[in-house]
Write a protein that binds this ligand. Structure first.
Ligand code: CA
Length: 497
């Protein structure tokens, strides 16, 4: 069966390259963890992404290569591990370290595709013009309500009048005039993500008029990144009293203190109680969850509109759809809220669905380990484009043909902390993390995924795990030797956001 399925897939790719090339609709969502109906969640309402999962392969175990917006996206779009990009921070564009590389969309562009970016694909402000046929488009519609926009304008004007400089982060930053969550009495298109969908649909309709021109259309939604702001109707889908709070409101036990941390951006928003996550009032936690889920459902509705446009224009028959999020997220687990920023399962695991036209295995989820760097070779492969030797991942086409197949024995992610560079390796049974810093002893973490999926207890010090650690460490360092590393921002080219 497997070989037949593979042959069928290969035949599809060959016919596509010879006659009609397959288009790619690449949909990205910011900070969406895999908590959706199609991932088995009983609460979150995501009917449209669930429907997409039924048209293709949902990857249950997909991991990004760094749990931070910009380096994650640069790794995925360049098809290279952060160990190669050398970019672990937000401020640096990919050409700063890799001036001559060919990115995933650029590879499509070089092979006759019209490539376009709408919304957040690369991190905002550090786009890559060489990737796109025409410059990236960003909506001018707001992320927040009119009242919040007015509050921000007043906040900025007041600071100016007083001669106070507004810090980028921390107390008194610009976000301190924006609530962490807000239900807005408005329609989908009055906010940024709805407007992004409107423009993507218009673009799809244009493409439908020109079937001889294949396209790679990337559409990036800003939600559900904090602040969780959506039309009120999406908030109304959730009763805060009925939501489930995290059960592990404690830091990973036995982990190095510098490693068991996450980001604090959430605390920069208006009226967020300045206490550790476990100490937030229960009602407030529930409202945060409601906001996050509302933001997810808002994105889900926009995905539904794009899929409807594919059906309506007839493009569905020759368009591959990818749905991807740039990392996982914490909503109370380990005391972290509205955060990613580390090397654990909750931060590194993301959403990934790939749906190809008339896919024979449609609707069968896969447990195969997948990495964001696999997307570049996968799309190159299934669209019948020439291979690009710079892409470091592996094609997931065998998994699309047979959900029980696997192409990776491990998924790798990186995170810098406190002068250390941490690299983690997720295998079938273990999450292993190794932290190195010049002049300091190497720190190790080990989590038994079978019993401890959320990485609550570091068991690296248990004598019975000595052999496992030696074996995982050897495999890791054979593939990724210890890297010379400068703390982000330490060099001139760095710069934290
Ligand atoms: Ca993100």
């Amino acid at each position: 069966m497997k070989s037949l399925a593979l042959l069928a897939f290969a035949a599809l790719a060959i016919s596509a390259s010879a006659a009609e090339k397959l288009n790619v609709l690449f949909i990205a969502s910011d900070d969406m963890r895999p908590q959706l109906g199609c991932y088995g969640d009983p609460i979150v309402k995501s009917p449209n992404i669930d429907a997409l999962a039924k048209r293709g392969t949902l990857f249950q175990r997909s991991y990004v290569q760094q749990a931070l917006c910009s380096p994650s996206r640069i790794s995925m779009l360049s098809g290279r591990y952060p160990a190669t990009t050398g970019i672990f921070e937000i401020g640096r564009p990919l050409r700063a370290t890799m001036p001559d590389i060919t990115t995933l969309p650029q590879h499509f562009k070089n092979n006759g595709y019209h490539t376009r970016s709408l919304g957040k694909i690369y991190h905002v402000g550090i786009d890559d013009d060489a990737s796109w046929t025409i410059p990236a488009w960003h909506s001018k519609m707001p992320r927040t309500s009119a009242a919040t926009q007015a509050a921000v304008a007043k906040f900025v004007a007041d600071a100016k009048a007083k001669g106070v400089e507004i810090p980028q982060k921390g107390p008194g930053n610009r976000n301190s005039a924006i609530p962490a969550f807000e239900a807005v009495e408005c329609g989908d298109d009055d906010l940024l993500d709805g407007d992004c969908a409107v423009n993507a649909i218009a673009q799809l309709r244009e493409h439908a008029k020109n079937p001889g021109q294949p396209f790679f259309l990337a559409v990036g939604f800003a939600n559900p990144h904090v602040p969780w702001i959506a039309p009120k109707k999406y908030f109304d889908l959730y009763d805060p009293a009925k939501l489930t709070l995290a059960k592990n409101e404690f830091l990973p036990k036995g982990a190095p203190a510098f490693a068991a941390t996450s980001g604090t951006d959430f605390y920069g928003y208006k009226d967020v109680p300045q206490v550790t996550g476990d100490k937030l009032p229960e009602g407030y936690k529930r409202e945060c969850l409601q906001g996050y889920f509302a933001a997810i459902s808002y994105v889900d509705a926009q995905v539904g509109r794009l899929l409807a446009a594919l059906d309506e224009t007839g493009l569905a028959k020759n368009t591959i759809v990818v749905f991807w999020s740039d990392h996982g997220y914490y909503m109370g687990e380990h005391t972290w809220w509205g955060a990613k920023h580390n090397n654990y399962e909750g931060a590194t695991r993301n959403c990934l669905i790939i749906a190809t036209p008339a896919q024979k295995t449609a609707g069968q989820p896969s447990d195969a380990l997948a990495q964001a760097v696999d997307l570049a070779p996968t799309l190159t492969d299934i669209c019948g484009l020439p291979a690009n030797s710079g892409f470091q991942g592996r094609s997931l086409a065998p998994v699309l043909a047979d959900p029980k197949a696997s192409v990776n024995t491990a998924a790798f992610s990186w995170y810098p902390k406190a002068g250390y560079l941490g690299v983690t390796m997720r295998t079938d049974k273990w999450r292993y993390v190794e932290w190195t810093k010049p002049g300091a002893p190497t720190e190790r973490e080990l989590y038994n995924i079978v019993h401890d999926l959320q990485n609550d207890l570091n068991v690296a010090d248990k004598p019975e795990h000595e052999k496992v650690i030696a074996s995982l460490g050897k495999l890791l360092r054979e593939k990724f030797p210890v890297q010379e590393f400068k703390e982000p921002g330490a060099g001139k080219a760095g710069g934290k956001k």
